[in-house]
Write a protein that binds this ligand. Sequence first.
Ligand code: PLP
Length: 293
Amino acid sequence: MHTLTLHRLDLASDAAAADCLTRAEPREALLAATDLAATRGDGVFETVAIVDGVPQALEAHLDRFERSAAMLDLPAPRRELWRLAVTEAAAELRAHTDRAAVKFVMSRGDEAGEPVPTGWALGFAPDSRPGGVTPEVDVVLLDRGYRHDVAQTSPWLLQGAKTLSYAVNMAALREARRRGAQDVVFTSIDGYVLEGPNSTVIARIDGAYVTPPTDLGLLPGTTQADAFTALEGWGEPVATRRITVDELRGADALWLCSSTRGVAPVRSLDGVEVAVDAAVSSRLNAALDAREA
Ligand code: PLP
């Protein structure tokens, strides 16, 4: 990751959005050691891809940010302020690179200070798509340890919120590397396909493009949603429904979708080769890159 821009947001003020945004140096220290982002991972975030200075699916990311904040009982984000932070960063990033990302974060604030959330937006050049190409991935299935209905039985586990507590997701990616793969698809203990540590799954099963429903405690993927819009526009059948592990193993093709990577074709699952549909993958990534906002 190469950091390029940084803005801090004043979330205590109700002044005009432009007056609540301050440009900082990209490597400047911005957090107190007592900020709950650092001490508890207590906060929410989003990462938006920026292509040629245009934030991709920004409104969908802002929707999800609001949803995550509500799930954590955080104050509702001032949407116009966060939108401005991303668009200002995106305009600056255009001078640096045609392919960037902005990560925007709201923590619960400083546990030694006023109960006011901390906010910032960091612009960076991601290394997830070298040369603009989305790499094919080897994937392992890992048990997440929850049942498919965890979001209903145990909402305090925050499954489906994009929180700052990603240590488990990072541990899963290290486990994948120990097994000779680069990525993971989590499964429920009762045999359903969930999501990746930072991606949404699309499987092509009997010719239809299928993704699991978010009521399994999954993050609603902005990339998957836009990929489905493109597929529907081409007349392809799409469906949102539960997928069993057996169905996944028998799929015609698989993809992992995320903002900075786009649609990454899976080339093996638990060491078993999966057919890569390079034509659909590159057509989908081109459609995603052409989004207006
Ligand atoms: N699921 C999880 C757990 C994620 O962390 C992410 C993104 O990082 C996604 C899915 C994909 O979401 P999006 O396509 O909006 O980036």
